[in-house]
Design a protein around this ligand. Structure first.
Ligand SMILES: NC(=O)c1ccc[n+]([C@@H]2O[C@H](COP(=O)([O-])OP(=O)(O)OC[C@H]3O[C@@H](n4cnc5c(N)ncnc54)[C@H](O)[C@@H]3O)[C@@H](O)[C@H]2O)c1
Length: 421
């Protein structure tokens, strides 16, 4: 069976997302399975090069997983034609500069969200990628959650009739770090380091809302810092300068109203850490990370408000669980696979830098709404050019030649990019 290999620069693999979700659960899992099976029956193998600032940590990860390539020299990796894709999972504040360099080097781009710290920068990056013709994708992992995939199934079946409203609850208690260590990195709670729940979560809410229900046309949000002092990884107290909760109302195209509460200062009384309730004329659903339950119009009970009588009804018991009916793998891996398939097929990935920019724009509008105490409209974003994305070596050849074909390419890949030199 023919196997082609695609080289992926993985920037920020020592971090939480970079290591667990993108390296171990996605790229190494695909690699261990012998690559990705393509529609023509051939396989696309993946070869990562780990990039970061700390040589010792990179070497340790490379050794632990039997990986050949790592480097602290991002520029050298970007200049090396063996690497086709630049993937970024480093801190948000370092992202725009890295993406600009990678686009200039002609690499295909795959990146965590938010794609930049400001919508102007995020939009600029989307424009640069389009003008350079580089394929690009942005992590839209929530769309790949089993619960939201079942919700998508319900929408596609016409289950809801007319969708009226969406209510989302996201959050959990993030420890302050003093008497119990915090379960999230401290930069998340410092605005000056790119932290804040609006910046973190509104990009997710933007693609969830627009992909499932309709474009976000305006937002009203209240962003607050409930816990004002936290303790960092070194045990030092620091001022939490970023918002740790946001209460948002989003007006969607088609007249749907969405409300989403996001909080790192809430204790969980839900079945899952995120849940969306969707109410429609013909039925309602509550979707979480994994589960999704429904109540059709025809099975809707008739509660009667009576404060004089204790209500013995089991409201939760009146819902029906949507079955899986398929196997849902890791969502980050599933999107990587979609991205790679789009890449080798030479078609745009639907969740691109422009979609990422819309997410950043929503976060920015949410913070502005909170600061100004008013609703903010979101204009439609469009790129000036419609340049077709292509891989860097594509200019003269087909997409297939941009990724190597064994055995010649494999031989080339057995050399390091000077990583250990
Ligand atoms: N899709 C999701 O659900 C999701 C969830 C959490 C975080 N994220 C995003 O992933 C990214 C990383 O978040 P994380 O939680 O893994 O953070 P983390 O702090 O665990 O990891 C950050 C990584 O960036 C590196 N880094 C730090 N400062 C840097 C700098 N100045 N230049 C280059 N690299 C630097 C660190 O060494 C580390 O490898 C963020 O952009 C965040 O918004 C996405």
């Amino acid at each position: 069976m023919t196997t082609r290999t695609i080289g992926i620069i993985m920037n920020g693999v020592t971090g939480r997302m970079g290591y667990r979700q993108h390296l171990v659960r996605s790229i190494l899992a695909i690699r261990d399975d012998g690559g990705l099976l393509l529609p023509d029956g051939t396989r696309l193998q993946v070869e990562p090069i780990l990039v970061g600032r700390n040589a010792a940590k990179l070497e340790e990860i490379a050794t632990r997983h039997g990986l050949e390539h790592w480097t602290t020299d991002l520029d050298a990796a970007l200049a090396d034609p063996r690497w086709d894709v630049f993937a970024d999972f480093a801190v948000t504040s370092a992202r725009a500069d890295a993406l600009r360099k990678a686009i200039a080097a002609g690499k295909a781009i795959y990146t965590e969200k938010p794609t930049a710290e400001t919508s102007a920068e995020a939009f600029e990056l989307a424009g640069l990628a389009a003008a350079a013709g580089v394929p690009n994708g942005v992590v839209h992992d929530k769309l790949y959650l089993p619960g939201l995939r079942k919700l998508r199934r319900l929408i596609d079946s016409g289950f809801f009739g007319k969708v009226l409203s969406v209510r989302g609850e996201f959050g959990y208690w993030v420890f302050e770090g003093d008497w119990q260590t915090a379960q999230r990195p401290s930069w998340n709670y410092r605005k000056q380091d790119g932290g804040g729940i609006v910046v973190d979560m509104f990009p997710h809410w933007n693609y969830v809302l627009e992909q499932l229900f309709g474009r976000v046309e305006s937002v009203y949000a209240r962003a607050v810092t409930h816990i004002e002092e936290r303790t960092d990884e070194q045990g030092s107290a620091y001022e939490a300068t970023a918002d740790d909760a946001a209460y948002g109302v989003f007006d969607l195209a088609g007249g749907i109203t969405a409300q989403i509460n996001s909080s790192w200062a809430v204790r969980v009384d839900r079945d899952e850490l995120v849940e969306f309730q969707v109410d429609g004329t013909d039925g309602s659903a509550v979707a979480g990370l994994f589960g999704c339950r429904i109540q059709p119009r025809t099975a809707t009970p008739k509660p009667v408000w009576n404060p004089d009588l204790k209500d013995e009804r089991d409201y939760r018991g009146q819902w029906l669980e949507v079955p899986d009916n398929e196997e849902f793998g890791n969502g980050f891996r599933a999107q990587w696979e979609d991205f790679l398939r789009d890449l080798v097929a030479g078609r745009p990935h639907p969740y691109d830098l422009l979609s990422g920019a819309r997410g950043v724009a929503l976060a920015e509008a949410g913070l502005r709404s909170s600061a100004e105490g008013r609703r903010i409209d979101l204009p439609e974003l469009a790129l000036p050019t419609g340049a077709e994305p292509r891989l860097q070596a594509d200019s003269a050849d087909s997409a297939d030649s941009a990724v190597g074909t064994e055995p010649t390419d494999k031989a080339a890949r057995t050399e390091t990019v000077g990583a250990r030199a």
